[in-house]
Write a protein that binds this ligand. Structure first.
Ligand SMILES: [Zn+2]
Length: 689
């Protein structure tokens, strides 16, 4: 089953993450907001002026925010982005409740989102149906006669949107011809959030695995197995998944695009993994003829094939049964929802309470019908003026990047020319897609949540399959307009800023330029820099995986990024766990490059203005406080542990402090002295872009 984000997508943050596990509960009736609440782009009350900015800019800018914003019991972390996202959900709830009523006068889009949301809010029906909602899937698994029949079964087993079983299949841009879509296979098949959970030998990892076995056992019991059988099955699942995990790429390995590029013919795949019937699999899913496909992790498929012949049929039936039930849990009766929360959100990420049901349902609507909900959202919050002013900022940051490239003292003219060509080719996508996704073929009814989930997932699966063999659609977006996040896609060579991330306090049209450039300007620069970080820089202007560097320049560049990797590896994330400097390298380079570009662009945009201090802060100080306040955060320790393994971003404090130690402009703005913690001596400053 399909749908994964493109392999190299560099998101700014991980707001999408909560959707990977369920949150749910009943009541908590907070009123829907008619408009997004206003929060200023620079909030002096969020600061803690007792902290010396030259010692710790992050806590100077965010200390007040941290005190005033404890983590709500149903959240795993709380930050400026998350808070805006929650305000968005409240706002969208109002839209969806309206869309669910007044059924006579609705247009097609309003009907889809209104009825989807209504079906999700119908907790009574979900409770009444229980596992009957997934009985067709369970019956299909039960009737499996041989391991050879796994292929057609896996192909037609309906799963929720974004979920996969055994592996991930879909389409991707050809790494050698970015204008062409080809079929793609990626690793998958695990119930824990990353392969490292299965392989690490420290005490905490062992405890997590024990707790995972209990979770799997609980799911089997909910499916009707007796306790001893459920326990035995759960242990088998862990063993099978551990073998798959060991054959999976690590997250650091997955940052190397050449490791993931393994193009082959269907016949070669069948040789690599002969025990899975690929011909039948692709025929069942009505793939167009496959001339070539990309297999991201060949050794993973070898392992799948080995396990198919090595494990008895009954173990595979249990494997499929568990994964279907586990993935549908958020949409089933309360006992499944509760167990899903207990393990994935409470134990693994530290949430104390389940989120109210309405919030979960708004998220599911956004996830399944994002560009339908997005149309209504954009009409309400993203005016043509806002689009024009944010696009103007993008143009200015791009001009700064051109200037910066021309100024670099370490790069040769040949490589500079290529870098400038790549910069000029970047597509700027701001607010929402030019052409909305057409959901007219998806049947949505107000009283069948599981069915709606299946049909929305099937629509997405076919959308992905239909791309194969077709030219790439450059207008496509990977995240919905209300999403509070942004991304760069190196294969598309485009930056994408949904309307949701261009709202106050991140972009505040009422505020002076300094904090806006420090915050959103830095974000724009961050995404641009991804085209030139250690990973993105391996793709050319057209998005092809093709070297455009001279050997000498590449070596100098690698030495410069190494400086950043070593810097961040010294920082502690939680307890004795350090930031993984290799995993987070691209994001750290983008954070640094982004802020340098934003500062340059801001200086240029305001060069004819006389800027005055406001609220006791000089314009330069406002730039840096505005920057720091983009990521004021409180995060639970459990969530930090999970992020240390899965998140390519550093923790909030170092996304701020780790950047400014490399910016002499910061030390100048606050008159910091050499020797203070936020001031790197010149020879220790990491300079990449
Ligand atoms: Zn990023």
């Amino acid at each position: 089953m399909a749908r994964k984000l493109p392999a190299f997508l560099s998101l700014l943050s991980l707001v999408l993450l909560p959707l990977a596990s369920a949150q749910n509960s009943s009541s908590a009736q907070a009123a829907a907001e008619p408009a997004l609440p206003y929060i200023p782009g620079l909030d002096v009350t969020a600061m803690d002026k007792s902290v010396d900015p030259c010692v710790d800019l992050y806590h100077y800018a965010c200390g007040g925010w941290q005190k005033k914003n404890p983590i709500p019991p149903d959240q795993t972390s709380w930050n400026v982005y998350g808070k805006l996202y929650q305000n968005n959900l409240m706002f969208l709830r109002g839209i969806l409740e309206q869309a669910g009523s007044n059924t006579a006068q609705r247009d097609a889009v309003t009907q889809k989102i209104g009825d989807f949301y209504a079906s999700c809010m119908d907790e009574t029906t979900a409770d009444k149906r229980g596992i009957a909602a997934i009985q067709p899937q369970l019956d299909a698994i039960a009737s499996l006669k041989s391991v050879h029949e796994m292929a057609p079964l896996v192909a037609r087993l309906p799963l929720p949107f974004g979920r996969t079983i055994l592996f991930a299949a879909g389409s991707t841009q050809d790494p050698d011809n970015s204008e062409q879509e080809i079929a793609d296979l990626d690793q998958g098949g695990l119930g824990l959030p990353d392969r490292d959970y299965y392989t690490k030998e420290d005490a905490k990892s062992k405890e997590i695995r024990e707790r995972y076995v209990e979770h799997v056992q609980k799911i089997f019991e909910l499916l009707g197995d007796n306790s001893p059988a459920a326990k035995q099955n759960a242990e088998t699942i862990l063993r099978m998944e551990t073998a798959l995990a060991k054959a999976s790429w690590t997250r650091v390995e997955r940052r190397d695009p050449y490791k993931l590029k393994n193009k082959m013919k269907l016949g070669e795949l069948s040789q690599l993994a002969p025990n899975f019937d690929w011909q039948t699999y692709y025929r069942e899913l009505q793939y167009p003829p496959i001339e070539i496909l990309n297999v991201d992790a060949p050794q993973f498929y070898k392992q799948v094939s080995a396990e198919l012949s090595g494990e008895p049929l009954q173990n595979w039936k249990n494997y499929l049964r568990f994964h279907v039930a586990d993935q549908y849990s958020p949409f089933l009766s309360a006992n499944f929802v509760q167990e899903n929360f207990e393990f994935y959100r409470k134990y693994l990420r530290g949430a104390k309470e389940m989120q109210p049901r309405w919030r979960r349902c708004v998220q599911f609507t956004d996830y399944n019908l994002g560009e339908a909900l997005g149309q209504v959202y954009v009409r309400r919050v993203f005016s043509p003026e806002l689009k024009a002013s944010t696009l103007d900022m993008v143009t200015r940051i791009e001009a700064a990047m051109g200037e910066r490239i021309r100024q670099l003292d370490w790069m040769s003219p040949e490589t500079k020319q290529q870098a400038l060509a790549k910069l000029a080719a970047i597509r700027n996508k701001i607010g929402y897609p030019d052409k909305w996704r057409d959901y007219s073929s998806v049947k949505i009814t107000p009283n069948d949540l599981a069915g709606n989930i299946e049909r929305a997932a099937e629509f997405e699966e076919h959308r992905q399959i239909n791309k194969i063999g077709q030219p790439v659609d450059h207008g496509e977006w990977e995240i919905s307009p209300p999403t509070v996040d942004a991304y760069y896609n190196p294969q598309m060579n485009d930056i994408n800023f949904p309307a949701g991330v261009l709202q106050p306090p991140l972009y505040d049209a009422k505020m002076d330029d300094a904090p806006n450039y420090g915050d959103t300007g830095g974000t724009i620069g961050h995404e641009l820099t991804h085209g030139f970080d250690d990973e993105g820089s391996q793709f050319d202007a057209k998005g092809n995986l093709k070297n455009w560097w001279t050997k000498d320049d590449r070596e100098k560049f690698d030495a410069r990024t190494k400086c950043v990797a070593e810097q961040y590896s010294k920082y502690v994330m939680v307890g004795d766990i350090h930031i993984n400097g290799e995993l987070t390298l691209g994001e750290n380079v983008a954070d640094l490059g982004g802020e340098i570009l934003a500062f340059m662009a801001w200086k240029d945009a305001t060069k004819d203005k006389t800027l005055q201090p406001i609220d006791g802060l000089t314009p330069e100080q406002r730039f840096f406080v505005g920057f720091a306040q983009w990521d004021c955060a409180n995060v639970r320790d459990e969530d930090l542990r999970l992020r240390a393994i899965t998140d390519p971003h550093s923790s909030a404090q170092y996304r701020i402090n780790g950047v400014v130690v490399n910016m002499p402009e910061f030390a100048h703005a606050f008159s910091c002295k050499t020797g203070q913690p936020m001031v790197n001596p010149p020879e220790k400053v990491c300079k990449v872009w």
